[in-house]
Design a protein. Structure first.
Length: 276
């Protein structure tokens, strides 16, 4: 039995269905309509293609648009228009009015005083400059810290001045006479009505001033005059207190048997005993 010869059958050739690439530009250098149709609708059907049909015009348009955006931004940030100013403040979180600033001043060092008027003036300047509350607070914090440093330096300088003045006078007068002589100077200054200047570093720690008082003024004012003057001052003080108390008693509208009135009577008797 003869064998049948099998003739090989060629496999069918499949047609190439892959999408062929489309040129972006036509031979004339314009954007290919087929290429635009292949883009997503939000891009391919955008109105920009009706304005720019070639690469050169599209690039020029983009550059011009960018420059216009920059110009508009510059105009906005430097505009003096009230609406633009208000909008800038809103964007930058700047208080809309001076009273909108909340400045904290809890860290003021001991011995320093808070100047409310100065804080108010600073708020006005901060608002005029367009500072945020955080920026204004940072400046105040720096000012407080700087003030604390200055205050500390002043206190240290005063302490040094006191020590230097005391050392100088102790050497000149001797340790045993220092306290006695300083007491004399203090009494004379009180007698002359200059007692408040004893704590003034420029005077109370001034060696030349202290020596001048001790050498030129103390000798011409006797101790009796100083004592008598002190007694007169005390008498005047008690007399003033008595006059004020008696006026309160004369104007008292309650009963003389009231506890408050009886207390005033006791105070009056005590003052009369001091000046008798």
């Amino acid at each position: 039995m003869s064998e049948e010869v099998q003739t090989p059958v060629d496999a069918p050739v499949e047609a190439d269905t892959a999408t062929q690439p489309v040129d972006i530009l036509t031979s004339e250098g314009k954007f290919n309509e087929a290429w635009k149709d292949g883009l997503p609708d939000e891009l391919g059907k955008h109105s920009i293609w009706s304005k720019y049909d070639n690469v050169t015009d599209l690039v020029k348009g983009a550059i011009n648009a960018q420059s216009q955006v920059g110009k508009k931004a510059e105009d906005f940030w430097f505009s003096e228009d009230e609406n633009d100013v208000a909008r800038r403040r809103e964007i930058m979180n700047v208080p809309s009015e001076v009273g909108g600033y909340e400045i904290k001043t809890e860290d003021i060092p001991e011995g320093a005083e808070l100047d409310e008027a100065r804080i108010g003036s600073f708020k006005e300047v901060a608002h005029e400059l367009g500072l945020t509350n955080e920026q204004a607070q940072a400046i105040v914090d720096w000012e407080i810290k700087s003030g604390a440093t200055n205050l500390q330096e002043i206190e240290q300088a005063e302490e040094l001045s006191v020590r230097e003045a005391e050392d100088t006078l102790r050497k000149e007068w001797g340790g045993n006479d220092y306290e006695y002589n300083m007491g004399k100077v203090a009494n004379v200054m009180d007698y002359l009505g200059l007692g408040e200047f004893k704590d003034d570093p420029a005077i109370g720690n001034n060696v030349d001033f202290i020596k001048a008082v001790f050498e030129s003024i103390v000798p011409i004012i006797s101790e009796d005059e100083i004592i008598e003057n002190g007694m007169q001052e005390n008498f005047a003080t008690v007399t003033d207190q008595l006059n004020i108390l008696e006026e309160e008693m004369n104007n008292y509208e309650g009963s003389t048997a009231d506890y408050a009135y009886q207390q005033m009577l006791k105070q009056r008797l005590a003052l009369l005993e001091k000046i008798s």
